[in-house]
Design a protein around this ligand. Sequence first.
Ligand code: MSP
Length: 560
Amino acid sequence: MTVTTQQDTSKSSYYLTTPIYYVNGVPHLGTAYTTVAADALARFNRMDGKDTWFLTGLDEHGQKVAQSAEANGMSPQEWVDGIAPRFKEAWKMLNISNDDFIRTTEERHIKGVQQFCETLYQNGYLYKDTYEGWYCLPDETFFADDQTVLIEGQRVCPDCGRPVEFVCEENWFFKLSAFQEPLLELYEQQPDFVCPQTRRNEVVSFVKGGLKDLSISRTTFNWGIPLPFDPSHVIYVWVDALINYITAIGYGSDDPIMQAEFARRWPAELHFVGKDIIRFHCVIWPAMLMAAGIEPPQKVFAHGFLLTKGEKMSKSRGNVMTPSELVRIFGVDAYRYYFLSDVQFGADGSISIERMLQVYNADLANSWGNLCSRVLNMTQKYFDGVVPDLWPKTIAKLTEEMGNPLAQIVQAEEGLYQRYAKAFGQVDYSGALSSVLELCNRANLYVEESAPWNLAKAAVAEKSEMQAAGLDEANATAPTASDRLAFVIYNSLEAIRVMALLFAPVMPATSAEVWQRLGLGDVLEIDDLAKQVCWGLLPAGNKVDTGEPLFPRLQLDDIE
Ligand code: MSP
């Protein structure tokens, strides 16, 4: 990879990753969930001034991928080359802003993985032995006898419940058992290393229970990266895959620019993972890094599963809705909003199309979309589509007379931005979104309470009264009805500007659209969010555009 963008090295680096996905299938709601969540956080951090680097990619080696290729009559390389564009297209459709996309079949990765394994070997953490035990192919995981479950005479995987196969091979092993104490120390010193807390407890008690050495190579197939010191072995797919987090940012590169990039970006701030792969990320990965003399990441956040009718979604269960179907019905931003607002991040969450419709109509069509439509339409109707101007003195008087609940929400001491940023800091999307929706609902209420349509009528009546009395409205000392109307419209537009900013990490396309409609520019690109979430920054005189409804109401009939 070449670094093409000019980086601002004075800013602190914020490096976050998703798991790299297996290419035995195409993207689905589960993989899209992790990716959308990571994207929203990456976007928030960019807007908040951090020099963000967001990585996603593909896990292309291993027996499972090789089997999928075979089943489809292709070579593994042909197969992965055919699937990779499907992921790239899906992430484009979901407006994912990843800065890099790593594939484990790329040269930069292969070179780094070999260097890493060579280092483990040189450091004395690898040895050869015979592995005898079980292997779950769908999960690409080794299990000892006592870890598997016996159901009707068949051994199955304790995690996914599918049959495991017996493996007896001479393999290379990693001395994972040597890292029990260092790992427990890590969890102690970095209490946030595993999040949320329930997962941390799970990991700590697992490690306290003792660690077995890990088989890190295979010899019965060859779709993988050869061990540099024993090329008849290919590196175990999980070891290969985990190392992507460092090879993507320059580990193993001879290029000094990439070496500097690695020094600057690592350790990562955050690895996003699903709860199914937490042991790999919170036990094996930090131990591998320690063995290679590299610092572990700052944090691993494990989210729950999306469930449909109480079950994990999977192809074999036949309960899969595809991201593209839902995006076609609801639009990309509504898709992103639904999964991040309605499922408490970290816990399992039930999803359904009926619920998605409900959330779409309530939060997006009736609240956010409706607010934008009505306020922009009124700006058009009463002010020829121009953001009204008020003298500061008049504003002070009007605030005293009428109050300004929207400014209060934005400007309060523990105000909107603080609550929102804190929620993002805790990877609490629903918390962040509900604080914005609160402002949105308050703004709709404000419009109802202030009834600009009545103020407009009063302004017309007042004008003709003044004309009849030979008075000039411009000379009036007390605020007039048209000042009140301008005040209400300005406040509503300003609240919309603030909401467009705060919704942007989750709904980037509609926020950019609203930004444009407010006459604020064609792109919404800022890096000082805290400063922008401040009352009164919408320039008076801006020409606004009403446009089409952002989220047209939908009914069940529309989606069947
Ligand atoms: N290739 C490994 C990861 C290697 S990372 C060094 C892998 N790939 S995967 O394709 O199976 O993707 C797993 C990830 O997809 C999960 O950890 C989770 O992030 C996401 N999900 C897959 N199904 C899911 C749900 N039903 N619900 C939510 N997310 C789930 O494991």
